[in-house]
Structure formats: structure tokens, C-alpha cells
Ligand binder design. Structure first.
Ligand SMILES: Cc1cc2nc3c(=O)[nH]c(=O)nc-3n(C[C@H](O)[C@H](O)[C@H](O)COP(=O)(O)O)c2cc1C
Length: 508
């Protein structure tokens, strides 16, 4: 990329370093120098009840973790992310003094920028087949920022971006359900107007999904209809009041904002994605709760019951979830693994079709009931006639992540290659965003199920698809989108995946 010319003309108000260099020291200095910081508008308290509700849900569902762990400088969150880079952010649309208003959320600094209010917001939502929620409710929009993952992982970082966003968006649904206020997640809607309103495309962000969080109800809110108190009193406990750490500032006047910093590297990365995500299915207005993959009832479970269980227990599972750093190699109970895996059949309310091309295969390789070890298709329960992979083979199939090779079980999420053709282009096809959403949300359910069953778990993006296809006897035309490992955790060391070098992607 050396020598590529980037000018600032593309985006009004954007500040990208000029690269029309003749190579002198002064030019080099002009490149590395920082522009002046933009003025900061005065901070206001968070007043809109819907915004308070959305912020407390974001804190609980994505941004904070109560798990007891030593992380050094790394700030743990409620969801995992490849390399712990969290390549997404959020916007919230809610009524402020009765006026539909759009806020951009800065999760690191705990600030909300008011971007637009009034008719512009309503028009953008109308064009996106979305609605401004009633007072006290909110629309939480997830925006992916692929660059954050791609700068470490290259093109594969785009898959990780989608999987990570799937974990986050799926967990927002679970966190809201855990509070007793199920909302609906929309993935199939026209994105252009919303993207423009939120200044997403010009800032190298993609609109991923929109989650409608209903206003707190009388019983849950304690003081229904009391505006601010409604969100404050909902839910009980510290998460409900976590919005008090946040402030709002007004950014509706673009001229007053000053130039936005922009990296030519991010622009180049963004341009390389052109056309990748245009194949959206027609808008679907109907949402319905459904499991995200075909998972048959497990005959070995008591009462054949699946799912994550009673929602009031979910906030605790969400708050204390962690990724295992390594596995000891000791066997774990097959019943515990099955208990963890049963969480996959939890229904989530989305606008995706009930039937999906996605399949799940479970490799049970080292349990305390060796007669149960085997490779199972989770839709049919069929046991495949393949031998179990050795520890060396698991290490190789996980890109030599040796610390993880002692996993007792492996869950593979896979689709026929033909189903990747594009959302709705023919029956049974979905685009990468939709399929990866299913995988990320299912991954999140597995993390929570494993937490409930006291089994260690980690998602992995570094895996060798052809080798796993052979080891697990998957259909020849299937692609694996995501893999998760379960086992007896060893949390003494470091998490290699958080290092700057992408070891599990063959970077050396
Ligand atoms: C899509 C995805 C891919 C991941 N890939 C790997 C991996 O290949 N190896 C690994 O050790 N951890 C992997 N992780 C786990 C992350 O490293 C972990 O989530 C991150 O370090 C944050 O730690 P925490 O989940 O304990 O909060 C992955 C997580 C996700 C969501």
C-alpha cells in the first residue's frame, strides 16, 4: 500500500492526511503530525428514558463483565471477540422530549453524541421499514467497523467482524429477555437511509442490525409512565442504573464539529469491501421467536428439554461468562457437555426465516463416559461413523493452538457452500451477515450454556476447514463458519489470541 494517494475530498468534514508526497522529510513530518483536536461540546446528563434504557442494556449485554479474572489492562466484556478487538459500535434511536432522536454511542468514553432529531430521523426510519419506539423504548442499532478486525486478521477479519457482532446482537436479545422484556431483532431491512442518518458509510461502518427494546412495563418499571424513573427502575440491581456513568453532547451541527480523523488505511480497507454486503433479502416485517439452527431434541437430556432455562437466571450467566485460555486435557462429563449444548435450541425473536441452512456437529472426544464419545449431527442426532481425532490432530485443525488441543468437545457450525449465494437469492440462502449472526448468537448461547454447566469454553476463528471436514465427516460441500471448543479449563496462562500477532491465522 506504500505510495497510495488518498486525498481529503471524499468526505465533507473528514480529515485524511494528504499522501501526495515527494518524499522529503517535511512531507514525512506532515504525514505523521496530528491535526488539532476537535472542540468538545458541553456534556449533558442522559435525560431521555429510552436512551437510559438502551445504555443500561448495552452495559449489561455487551460492555461490562462481572467475571472474576485477571485481565491486565484488557477490559473484559459480556461477549467474546476474536482478538478482543470488538469491531463494532452502536447507535440508539429514542424519543427525547417526545422528539425522535438519533445518538451515536462511544462505548469507550461512555458518551452519546446527538446526531439528528425530528423529521429526518422519522423519515430515515420509515425508509428502513423501522419504527421510532414509543416513549421509554429504544431502537439499538449495531454498526460494524470491519477495519478494527481486518487490520489484525486481513480479509478473514471480515468474517470475525460478523461473528463478533452476532455475539453482541444476540446477547442484547438475551439480556433483554433476561430482564423480562423480550425485544425483536431486525436484520432484513433496507439500510441506506439509516446508514446515511447515522453517517455510517462515510465513516467506514456498516449497519448490522436493529434491536427494538420495548419500554419498561408497569410491573417491571415500578413507576410506569414516569419517564426517567421507568428506565431507572428497570431492571432492579446495578445494571439498571449504569446509564448514570454516561453523558450526552450535541453534535447535530456538522459545521461546528470540526474535521473527523480518518486513516487512509481504513478507507482502503473499506473500499475493498465494496459490493460484499449488498445482497440483502427483501424487508421482512414479521418477527418470530425461533431457534437459530436445526437442533433436534437430545434423547439423553432429562425430559428431552433444551434451551437456556428460565430467563431470570440469564443475567448472572451473561455477567460471569469468560473464554478459556487453555484446556487441561482432562475428560469432562458428557452430561455437562450435553447440558451446555442444549442451550443452542433457545429461541430468539428475529425476522430471519425459521428454517436455516446452518447445521451443527458435535465432536465428543474425551468425556468421563467414553462410550458416549463420538461425532454427532445435532439436527438429526445421527452418530457419524468416523474415528475420534487425536490431540495432535485437534492442535493441527486449530492452527497449532496447542494450548487448546486438550478440548474435550468441539462444536462445528457449517453450511453448504451453495447457501452462501446471498440472502433470499433462492430458497434456503442467506448472506454472510445473516449466517454469521446465527453462528455468533449460537456461540453466545453455548458460552452461557457452558457457564451454567461449569464447563470451559472458547470460540475459535483459527481452524482448518478441510481438516475438520475430514475429522468430523462433514459433507464435502460444507464450509465451517465458526468453531467452539469445550473442556476442562486451565486459566493460568495468557490468552494467545489477544496478542498483536495473529498466531492462529498463520502469521509468523
Ligand atoms: C469469532 C471469534 C473468534 C475467536 N478465535 C479465537 C481463537 O482462534 N483462539 C482463541 O484462543 N480465542 C479465540 N477467541 C476468543 C477471544 O480471544 C476472546 O473472546 C477474547 O480474548 C476476550 O476474552 P473473553 O472472551 O474471556 O472476554 C475468539 C472469539 C471469537 C468471538
Amino acid at each position: 500500500m506504500q505510495g497510495k494517494l488518498i486525498t481529503r475530498k471524499a468526505v465533507p468534514g473528514a480529515c485524511a492526511p494528504e499522501r501526495e508526497s515527494s518524499g522529503g522529510a517535511a512531507d514525512l513530518w506532515a504525514r505523521v503530525a496530528l491535526p488539532a483536536a476537535s472542540p468538545e461540546p458541553p456534556a449533558e446528563p442522559v435525560a431521555a428514558p429510552g436512551l437510559r434504557l438502551a445504555l443500561s442494556l448495552l452495559e449489561e449485554g455487551v460492555l461490562t463483565s462481572r467475571a472474576n479474572r485477571s485481565c491486565g489492562s484488557y477490559v473484559a466484556r459480556a461477549v467474546p471477540s476474536a482478538g478482543a478487538v470488538y469491531p463494532y459500535e452502536f447507535a440508539v434511536l429514542a424519543r427525547e422530549n417526545g422528539v425522535p432522536t438519533a445518538f451515536r454511542i462511544d462505548a469507550d468514553r461512555r458518551t452519546c453524541a446527538r446526531l439528528a432529531a425530528g423529521a429526518r430521523v422519522t423519515a430515515a426510519l420509515d425508509a428502513s421499514a423501522l419504527a421510532v419506539p414509543e416513549d421509554g423504548g429504544a431502537l439499538v442499532v449495531t454498526l460494524t467497523r470491519p477495519w478494527l478486525s481486518m487490520r489484525k486478521y486481513g480479509d478473514r477479519g471480515y468474517l470475525y467482524t460478523q461473528l463478533d457482532a452476532g455475539h453482541a446482537a444476540g446477547n442484547l436479545v438475551l439480556a433483554a429477555t433476561g430482564r423480562g422484556a423480550a425485544g425483536a431483532l431486525r436484520l432484513r431491512f433496507p439500510r441506506e437511509s439509516l446508514s446515511e442518518l447515522l453517517e455510517a458509510g462515510e465513516n467506514c461502518r456498516e449497519v448490522h442490525s436493529a434491536f427494538l427494546v420495548p419500554a419498561a412495563e408497569a410491573g417491571q418499571a415500578g413507576q410506569a409512565g414516569q419517564g426517567a424513573q421507568a428506565a431507572e427502575a428497570f431492571p432492579p440491581g446495578p445494571a439498571g442504573a449504569s446509564w448514570t456513568r454516561w453523558t450526552v453532547h450535541d453534535d447535530t451541527d456538522r459545521q461546528r464539529r470540526g474535521p473527523t480523523w480518518r486513516s487512509w488505511l481504513e478507507s482502503t480497507c473499506w473500499d475493498s469491501l465494496t459490493g460484499w454486503s449488498d445482497d440483502s433479502a427483501p424487508a421482512t416485517l414479521r418477527t418470530a421467536p425461533a431457534p437459530l439452527a436445526r437442533i433436534g431434541a437430545d434423547p439423553q437430556l432429562p425430559d428431552k428439554q433444551g434451551g437456556l432455562g428460565a430467563p431470570p437466571a440469564w443475567p448472572e450467566l451473561i455477567g460471569t461468562r469468560v473464554s478459556s485460555k487453555a484446556f487441561t486435557g482432562e475428560p469432562v462429563s458428557a452430561a455437562a457437555v450435553r447440558d451446555a449444548v442444549s442451550a443452542l435450541s433457545t429461541p430468539l425473536e428475529t425476522d430471519l426465516p425459521g428454517a436455516s441452512p446452518l447445521s451443527a456437529t458435535l465432536v465428543l472426544r474425551s468425556t468421563t463416559e467414553p462410550e458416549q464419545d463420538g461425532v454427532y449431527r445435532l439436527d438429526t442426532g445421527e452418530r457419524r461413523a468416523v474415528r475420534l481425532p487425536s490431540t495432535d490432530e485437534v492442535a493441527r485443525a486449530c492452527m497449532q493452538q496447542r494450548a487448546l488441543a486438550g478440548a474435550a468437545a468441539v462444536l462445528l457450525l457449517h453450511v453448504p457452500r451453495t447457501s452462501l449465494a446471498g440472502a433470499g437469492s433462492s430458497a434456503g440462502t442467506e448472506n454472510l451477515r445473516e449466517l454469521a449472526f446465527r453462528c455468533g448468537a449460537l456461540g453466545q448461547l453455548l458460552y452461557l450454556g457452558a457457564n451454567r454447566a461449569a464447563v470451559g469454553v472458547t470460540g475459535i476463528g483459527g481452524f482448518d476447514t478441510p481438516l475438520w471436514r475430514t475429522l468430523a465427516g462433514l459433507p464435502e460441500g460444507d464450509e465451517i463458519l465458526y468453531a467452539l471448543l469445550l473442556g476442562s479449563p486451565d486459566d493460568a496462562g495468557i490468552k494467545f489470541d489477544r496478542l498483536a500477532t495473529a498466531h492462529a491465522q498463520n502469521e509468523r
